[in-house]
Ligand binder design. Structure first.
Ligand code: FAD
Ligand code: SF4
Length: 478
């Protein structure tokens, strides 16, 4: 029997007791410029040269009409700017906060390319939609007509929720199942609150619930309800379960207390900020306060861990990465933020064991970059005889994520997966090898970005609606 619990939204203030940290939102016009925020957004938007070759737009996965909403903002026509912005993006205020803009829209702004500093596109996008919420322009969805078809969505992350929004706009009946107690996926429990405030995510969840989306939380598909049951209940099913299997490190001493997984550490921190009881945080297991912290990894999750540890009052925070700064996968902007906050990066280092029980240090090998491998990336090589021990009493492993084995977990051998274990789905329709079953987001792409999950969710919803229309037309023609 599923432990069904419908969403219970308490006031945003009660849910988010943690203080907001203005310094982390360097682009937050509202925080920095207060009553002048609108003028600042207009000023930034007015810097857009309307170049006519909008590389920003083509490098945004959602192909947002950036020049159009920048122009409308510059002219002070914010409501129209919001209307244009929300046509292509389901959660513009979220993308405005957490897209790696330096790699997407802003990195391709022609003003940036000509050396004059990008238009701060993400900040303007966020400002437009925050204003829309404040002014009451964002409303629950009221479809013109209700349809009889129903879709079951497994996973309430951005991929699943973007699809839910789009399906409800077409009047389709939607049920979203999630094993967690709150919707939002990694928006809620992965990404730290200093990058994405949780009240921003919760109000979207609330809006979807008010739009008629039925949330069934605390419900683990494969355990509480079988996948077959979900298929029987709905006309189509969307798998949007993300990737949660942490890559591990096999090295002597790696089982010691004090060595933890990044996802557990970040989830505990987010739960604490919601005001939940988190015994592992309170007993110090997942709390960096007063500790010498070492984070292993060079991706964005590692950056979130080091910056969270600083905020928790760690004694020191070091990040070990086996390549150099230029070759790290994480955003350079995030590294710079972390350094400014006091994080020390030990480039070209890799752990090869741990000392102590509980852990008291990481055995570190010094590395250098050797010849390129088949992918063209320089391979890290060990420098013999240069090992040392890095003191640490909390070690956080942030080595990336892999998909869970859904075909076996859900007894669906016909659900085809790639050699990496991600679900095989059509590039445009997102249909899987099983009829009426679609898949989107990280479970298809591998660990990716919120904006790509939103795009996939929207496209899958459109493909489902097209399928329903085709079936209805066929019945009508009989
Ligand atoms: C620490 C961290 C920081 C990140 N920071 C950024 C960032 O700054 N910017 C950015 O663009 N991206 C970031 N990402 C990546 C981004 O969060 C993901 O790409 C995105 O959330 C993927 O969306 P999704 O809908 O596919 O899956 P998810 O957000 O992972 O949601 C999947 C949902 O499915 C549920 N689920 C899984 N299995 C089951 C089951 N069997 N039954 C029921 N429910 C299930 C899960 O509980 C979860 O709620 C970050 C990721 C991490 C881990
Ligand atoms: S969705 Fe992301 S990439 Fe697209 S315009 Fe907004 S911030 Fe830029």
């Amino acid at each position: 029997m599923a432990k069904q619990r419908m969403l219970q939204f308490v006031s945003v203030d009660k849910q988010m007791p943690a203080k907001r940290e203005a310094d982390d939102r360097a682009h937050d016009f509202l925080e920095i410029y207060g009553e002048f925020a609108e003028a600042k957004a207009e000023e930034q938007a007015g810097r857009c040269s309307q170049c006519g070759v909008p590389y920003c737009q083509s490098h945004c996965p959602l192909h947002n009409n950036i020049p159009d909403w920048l122009k409308l903002t510059a002219e002070g026509r914010l409501e129209e700017a919001y209307q244009v912005s929300q046509l292509t993006n389901t959660f513009p205020e979220i993308c405005g906060r957490i897209c790696p803009q330096d790699r997407l829209c802003e990195g391709n702004c022609v003003i940036e390319q000509s050396g004059h500093g990008t238009v701060t596109i993400g900040a303007v996008e966020k400002f437009i939609t925050d204003t829309a919420w404040e002014k009451g322009w964002v409303q629950p969805i009221k479809p013109a007509t209700e349809r009889t078809e129903s879709v079951g969505i497994i996973g309430a992350g951005p991929g699943g929720l973007a699809a839910a929004d789009r399906l409800r706009r077409a009047g389709v009946q939607v049920t979203v199942y999630d094993r967690y107690d709150r919707a939002g996926g990694l928006l809620t429990y992965g990404i730290p609150g200093f990058k994405l405030e949780k009240d921003i995510v919760m109000r979207r969840n609330e809006q979807l619930e008010q739009s008629g989306v039925d949330f069934v939380l605390n419900c683990n598909i494969g355990e509480d309800i079988s996948f077959d049951e979900i298929r029987k209940k709905h006309d189509a099913v969307l798998i949007a379960t993300g990737v949660y299997q942490s890559r591990d490190l096999q090295a002597p001493g790696s089982g010691a207390h004090g060595i933890v997984r990044a996802i557990d550490y970040l989830t505990a921190s987010n739960r604490k900020n919601f005001g939940d009881a988190v015994p592992e945080y309170d007993n110090g297991e997942l709390n960096a306060e007063g500790r010498k912290v070492v984070v292993i990894g060079g991706g964005d999750t590692a950056m979130d861990c080091v910056r969270t540890a600083i905020r928790q009052g760690a004694k020191s925070v070091k990040c070990l990465y086996r390549r150099d700064r230029a070759n790290m996968p994480g955003s350079q902007r995030e590294v710079q933020n972390a350094e400014e906050e006091g994080v020390v990066f030990e480039w070209l280092t890799a752990p090869n064991g741990f000392v102590g029980e509980p852990v008291s240090g990481v055995m570190v090998q010094k590395m250098r970059l050797g010849a390129p491998d088949a992918s063209g990336r320089q391979r890290p090589e060990v420098i013999e005889g240069a090992d040392y021990v890095e003191e640490a009493d909390l070690v956080i492993k942030a080595l990336g994520f892999e998909p869970e084995e859904l075909p076996s977990l859900w007894s669906q051998p016909q659900l085809e997966v790639t050699r990496w274990g991600t679900i095989k789905a059509d590039f445009r329709s997102h249909q899987t090898s099983m009829p009426g079953v679609y898949a989107v987001g990280d479970i298809v792409r591998g660990a990716s970005l919120v904006v790509w999950a939103i795009r996939d969710g929207r496209e899958a919803a459109d493909a489902m609606i097209e399928g329903f229309d085709t079936a209805a037309a066929a019945v009508a023609a009989e």
